[in-house]
Design a protein around this ligand. Structure first.
Ligand SMILES: [Zn+2]
Length: 269
């Protein structure tokens, strides 16, 4: 499933390819995605693509009088291709921009192509999203304040997009390891010192993943140019029973909120 780093790598790959270009047409071959593709999307021709921003895992393509909202869902990928490239079975949406096009491939169809006129921040899908982990808004003091009074486990808290947006299962486990915090610890019991370590760990973990994906950016416009995602060398994620890279204790797995959590019982007391 595309996580925040892959969406950010995709964004960085798309900006130089699309920004400033005029939309020449739209092709919707399958409107039944996570939500139906609205009719407004069909009449985007003539608008110019401005900047492309990201909020959580949503890509927001500024079209002047509104935003095209794109989400990769469970299995989506975006590629920039020559406009004559034949569409495959799962290629549901094309945004044509003269000598190139942006194509959404999404076998499982949990992705989204939506249109938002007016104030994008107030859009129902975005208005309740939590603080952006890579923004300056996520400070140790902010995370500490957000967690006060919450008895839920810190791992679960981090994955709640209404608090902090886009820290998925892998990155929550990895960040808690780097910060040496037990994933079962009550969020409200996190100290300010732990909050400092955790905020740094979240940013470092996400940035490392973005750098790993970013190394494939030069291939972005190729025929197989979906944003690549180099397999990260995880500290704990998916390493149950293997030795901790720091202390050699076997990594443990537990289930929290129906998601697997991995941690080192020695490093994360
Ligand atoms: Zn350890």
């Amino acid at each position: 499933m595309p996580e925040l780093p892959e969406v950010e790598v995709t964004r960085r790959g798309l900006v130089p390819q699309l920004s400033g270009r005029k939309i020449s047409g739209v092709s919707v071959r399958e409107p039944r995605l996570r939500w139906p593709v609205p009719n407004e999307v069909l009449s985007l021709a003539g608008r110019t693509v401005g900047t492309i921003r990201r909020r959580g895992k949503y890509l927001l393509v500024d079209c002047g009088d509104g935003h095209l909202i794109l989400h990769l869902g469970m299995s989506g990928s975006l590629r920039v291709l020559p406009p004559e490239t034949p569409a495959g079975k799962h290629d549901h949406f094309d945004l044509l921009l003269g000598d190139r096009m942006l194509r959404l491939r999404d076998p499982r169809r949990f992705g989204a192509v939506l249109w938002a006129a007016g104030d994008i921040a107030a859009h129902p899908l975005l208005a309740h999203l939590g603080v952006e982990p890579l923004s300056r808004a996520l400070t140790p003091a902010r995370l500490h304040a957000l967690t006060r009074g919450h008895r839920t486990a810190i791992k679960h808290f981090l994955m709640d997009g209404r608090r902090v947006v886009g820290v998925g299962n892998i990155y929550a486990s990895e960040s808690l390891f780097r910060a040496r915090i037990n994933p079962r610890r009550a969020a409200g019991k996190i100290t300010i010192e732990q909050s400092e370590k955790l905020v740094k760990a979240i940013k470092d973990t996400l940035n490392a993943a973005i750098r790993a994906g970013g190394s494939t950016l030069r291939d972005f416009a190729g025929a197989d140019g979906a944003a690549g995602y180099a397999q990260q060398r995880h500290y704990v994620y998916d390493r149950a029973g293997k030795n901790c890279r720091r202390c050699r204790t076997p990594i443990r797995k537990l289930v929290q909120g129906q998601r697997s959590t991995y941690f080192c019982p020695t490093c994360q007391k």
